[in-house]
Design a protein around this ligand. Structure first.
Ligand code: ATP
Length: 319
């Protein structure tokens, strides 16, 4: 292998830059040339590809987002788009590719591998919705961002004796809401994995008020509904002072945490090491903080296990 490519695809996530830096520097250390593919699979189709050197990844380890840009490219899913991408890969003599993204991006990586381009997937998404690995790149930073917001909202909720609904990202995965709820001392956590009825939500808030709680926090995963609709549903049941906060894109940005910088660096270097050694069609993950690789098909078949213990603990501790 002489020349590899690296791209980021899907939603951006803090720590992607640390991973790009590690791919580039590790490959150069092994005398392999690296090309940076801009805006995910779109860059492959449009031949928007640039040579990367040591200084092109200088001063990025602490930056959120991705210096390569990212996109959701529908054209890559079509036969025509995919073939254009393949033509450009061959034209640029790219021997293998590292794809940093989520499950959709891994589907694209799988197709490239099947077409003869060894490809390695690095899990990069704040949602933590990839079942085969403990943590995805960006999840830890997003969790800390949410926690920081919970702390601030708590202060003002307490002063005004309010209930706050905080809606967070995660698509169909409740991890961001669940773990920020546990770490932030939320009274109620509403996630797709554990549907909860309106009476239980109302009873929990009323019980807290009755024993003198000055405020309540309800963590709502975006996959379980909308904060304003939930507020209306609760206030239709009983008289309570509720405010809503939809955290939105603030969760995707910001300087990556130490954990995500370490994870990005380790995953990036391991990805480059494996690719340079001829391995393809695998994704990287961590178990008990050790990096492993797994066949893409196998990894995508694994279903996410619900952390029932964390969910129950949240309820017990917010009595
Ligand atoms: P996130 O978790 O942040 O949403 P993701 O990687 O799951 O990240 P998607 O939008 O699902 O995000 O996918 C990113 C891109 O991967 C798509 O825009 C498309 O270019 C490519 N992709 C997704 N699914 C496929 C597929 N079945 N075949 C080929 N390419 C795909």
């Amino acid at each position: 292998m002489r020349r590899i490519g690296v791209l980021t695809s899907g939603g951006d996530a803090p720590g992607m830059n640390a991973a790009i830096r590690a791919v580039v520097r590790y490959a150069i250390y092994r005398n392999i040339e690296v090309l940076g593919i801009k805006k995910g699979y779109k860059g492959l189709i449009e031949n928007d590809i640039k040579h990367m050197d040591l200084s092109s990844v200088a001063d990025i380890i602490h930056r959120g987002g991705t210096i390569l840009g990212t996109d959701r490219c529908e054209e890559f899913k079509t036969e025509e788009g995919f073939n254009k991408a393949l033509d450009n890969i061959r034209y640029r003599d790219i021997d293998g590719i590292i794809v940093i993204g989520g499950d959709g991006s891994f589907q694209g990586a799988r197709k490239l591998s099947l077409a003869g381009i060894p490809t390695i997937g690095i899990p990069g998404t704040i949602d933590n919705d990839l079942a085969y690995t403990e943590y995805t790149l960006g999840f830890n930073t997003a969790l800390n961002t949410i926690l920081d917001s919970i702390s601030k909202i708590r202060d003002t909720s307490s002063s005004h004796e309010r209930t706050n609904i905080i809606e967070v990202m995660g698509r169909n995965c409740g991890d961001l809401a669940l773990y920020s709820g546990l770490a932030g001392g939320a009274e109620v956590v509403i996630i797709p994995e554990a549907p909860i009825d309106m009476d239980t939500i109302c009873e929990t808030i009323m019980r807290g008020k009755a024993r003198g709680k000055k405020h309540s926090i309800i963590m709502l995963a975006e996959g379980s509904g909308n904060a304003y609709e939930l507020k209306d549903a609760i206030t239709n049941k009983f008289d309570v002072n509720i405010r809503c906060t939809v955290l939105g894109y603030i969760q995707r940005g910001g300087t990556p945490s130490a954990y995500d910088r370490l994870l990005g660096s380790r995953l990036g270097a391991k990805g480059a090491e494996l690719l340079v050694g001829g391995t393809g069609n695998v994704v990287l993950g961590t178990k008990d903080n050790v990096i492993f690789n797994m066949d893409i098909d196998e990894a995508l078949k694994i279903e996410k296990q619900f952390d029932y213990e964390a969910y129950e603990l949240t309820k017990i501790l917010s009595m």
